[in-house]
Design a binder for this molecule. Structure first.
Ligand SMILES: [Zn+2]
Length: 189
C-alpha cells in the first residue's frame, strides 16, 4: 500500500502548502518506518499467509505496537506535536492526520491483524478488511489514489510561479510515474 499512502501525501500537500511534500510523504509511511527497527529487534513480525510466498499482500503482519489503533493515534499525536515548531498548528494537525491516515488505509488492505491496543493487550479482536486478498483490486485502488493525489498536487503546483513552481511540477511527474511503476510491479502486472 506504499504507493497509495504516497498518493494521499500529494493530496494533503495540495491543501496544506507550508508543509513540505517530503515531510508529508514520510508522514504517510511513518508507522512503517518505526515498524522497521521493531521488526529487526523481533518485537513486531510478519508471518506468511499459509500456502503463499509471503510476498506483497501475502503477510499477516503482527505490528502490534506501531499498528495498534491506540499506538497509531499516540504516534500520530506525538509526531504532529513535534512538527508544530516548524509548520505551526495547522501543519502539526495535518502531519498528525496524515500519519494516522496510514492506519486507516492499512485497515482496508490488511488481513485481520491490526490490534486495538498496543501489544494486543486484552486479546481483543483484530481488525482488517483484507483487500490484499484481491491483488488486482488493491493495485487499482492504489493507482487511483496516486493519480488523484498527483493531479491535486499538480494543480496546486501550477499555481506556484517561478523556479519553485517548476520544481513542484517535476516532482509531481516523478511522483506519478514512479508510483505507477511501483504499483504495477508490486501487483505483478
Ligand atoms: Zn503499515
Amino acid at each position: 500500500m506504499i504507493t497509495g499512502h504516497f498518493g494521499l501525501a500529494a493530496a494533503a500537500k495540495s491543501v496544506e502548502r507550508p508543509v513540505p511534500l517530503w515531510a508529508l510523504m514520510l508522514a504517510t509511511i511513518w508507522l512503517d518506518v518505526i515498524f522497521a527497527p521493531l521488526y529487526v529487534a523481533g518485537i513486531e513480525h510478519i508471518d506468511p499467509v499459509p500456502g503463499t510466498d509471503g510476498g506483497y499482500g501475502n503477510g499477516i503482519i503482527y505490528a502490534d505496537y506501531t499498528h495498534s489503533l491506540l499506538g497509531a493515534l499516540v504516534i500520530a499525536a506525538a509526531t504532529g506535536l513535534l512538527c508544530a515548531r516548524w509548520w505551526g498548528r495547522r501543519g502539526a494537525v495535518t502531519v498528525g492526520a496524515v500519519v494516522f491516515s496510514h492506519w486507516l488505509l492499512d485497515l482496508v488492505v490488511h488481513r485481520t491483524d491490526l490490534p486495538l491496543l498496543p501489544g494486543n493487550a486484552g486479546d481483543l479482536p483484530r481488525l482488517g478488511f483484507g483487500l490484499w486478498q484481491y491483488h488486482a483490486l488493491t493495485a487499482t485502488i492504489e493507482a487511483l489514489l496516486v493519480v488523484v493525489g498527483a493531479a491535486l498536487y499538480w494543480r496546486a503546483a501550477r499555481q506556484t510561479t517561478g523556479s519553485r513552481g517548476r520544481i513542484n511540477l517535476i516532482t509531481a511527474l516523478i511522483l506519478a510515474s514512479g508510483a505507477a511503476t511501483l504499483t504495477l510491479d508490486l501487483a505483478g502486472i
